[in-house]
Design a protein around this ligand. Structure first.
Ligand SMILES: Cc1ncc(COP(=O)(O)O)c(C=O)c1O
Length: 376
């Protein structure tokens, strides 16, 4: 890392291929019979997707752009599942041109539009299991209040519309939420799916989504998921995102000063434009210093953006830094770069991958030309 700091300008994302590989191995060993559709929204760098393709992983996309990216990385349309709550006619027409992936349908409207514009598609229906999922409100997609999925009582109606509309229904899908750590939530979700399969099945596929929190051991969940798929005679599909990539990436930032108001601040060159999760979900990321210093103090890490909420971490114990010292914000491989923005015309940061031998550049720091390219 010191070598990378020497060569590259901060802030940057640094990933480790070996960690990615071992997280995937853990998941594959826990679920040997499952088809893994990596939720590419967690980290869509082509350099990462191509590795996953080599390792026999498929992709879960949630936008037309992600489908384009998946195809560009080399995935076939049968290896990509497109979910998401809104699929406009323009999106469906473009899919017809570039290749229609497997489609996750989220509502009756979605189903009717797809059967009209893309008849014959292979689809899954996403269920909202209406459960009190324990996670941040913005991440609890399986709650009845969420915008996602078809309520259990409506499944029959939507299923009939899909079948009438000549869609090939592969099965049902549930994604309970993200950053989940309670096994009971999964078990409750599985029970809802079992009931729906008994009522409306059999189906070829059972898609149990992603959401695995970093502290959740997939091996503890696997027996019940695998047994359920076996009981239902369906192929098990999973859509992990965070679990595979979060620990494989850090955001490296330099400290350009300290400041004392009623709190102690370190002033960083990374902020909400490079890591939105603390602001969006009050997410907490561990932080480690890449410098030595004697006096330990409690710090808030402030980004450079002109927003009071631009704080990457609060109450972190760190040694007093010198100007230009660096630190690493951990667990930033998921939803870090993918949620980064050009707010205030900050260019998107450099992203590098340690492949065991050298640092590979996965994405250059965005140039000023690229930043302004689309403006007239
Ligand atoms: C439908 C769907 N599947 C899978 C995921 C991946 O979730 P996670 O990264 O928490 O595993 C998401 C995340 O939002 C999602 O919406």
């Amino acid at each position: 890392m010191q070598e990378a700091l020497h060569h590259f300008e901060t802030p940057f994302y640094a990933y480790d291929l070996q960690t990615l590989r071992s997280r995937l191995t853990q998941m594959q060993q826990a679920f040997p019979s499952a088809e893994i559709f990596y939720a590419m929204k967690a980290n869509p760098r082509l350099g990462i997707l191509r590795r996953l393709l080599e390792w026999d992983v498929f992709l879960e996309a949630v936008s037309l752009g992600e489908v384009h990216r998946a195809y560009r990385a080399g995935f076939k349309k049968t290896e990509v599942l497109l979910n998401g709550p809104v699929k406009t006619p323009a999106i469906l027409q473009e899919l017809a041109e570039i290749g229609v992936p497997i489609l996750g349908l989220d509502s009756l409207a979605d189903t009717q539009r797809v059967s009209q514009l893309l008849p014959g598609s292979r689809v899954l229906l996403r269920v909202n299991p209406d459960l009190p999922i324990a996670t941040h409100d913005h991440l609890a997609t399986g709650r009845g209040e969420s915008k996602f999925g078809i309520m259990p009582d409506d499944v029959e109606k939507v299923l009939a519309a899909a079948r009438r509309g000549n869609l090939e229904v592969l099965g049902l899908h549930v994604h309970l939420g993200s950053a989940l750590s309670h096994l009971e939530d999964y078990h409750a979700g599985y029970a809802v799916m079992e009931q729906l399969y008994r009522q409306h099945g059999p189906f070829q596929v059972l898609n149990l989504g992603g959401g695995f929190g970093l502290d959740l051991d997939p091996a503890s969940l696997a027996p019940s998921a695998i047994a359920l798929a076996e009981r239902l005679g369906a192929e098990l599909w999973l859509e992990p995102g965070r679990y595979l990539v979060a620990e494989a990436g850090v955001l490296v930032s330099k400290i350009w000063g300290t400041k004392h108001t009623r709190r102690n601040f370190m002033l960083l060159d990374a902020g909400m434009m490079t890591l939105l999760r603390p602001m969006l979900y009050a997410a907490e990321h561990p932080v480690i210093p890449l410098y030595k210093g004697k006096k330990m103090q409690v710090w808030d890490l402030a980004g450079p953006v002109c927003e009071s909420g631009d704080i990457l971490a609060r109450d972190v114990q760190l040694p007093t830094p010198k100007e230009g010292d660096a630190l690493a914000i951990l667990q930033a491989g998921a939803y870090g770069s993918s949620m980064s923005s050009n707010y205030l015309d900050y260019p998107r940061p450099l992203e590098i991958l340690w492949n065991g031998l050298e640092w590979e550049v996965l994405r250059r720091k965005q140039s000023w030309e690229a930043l302004f390219a689309d403006e007239i």
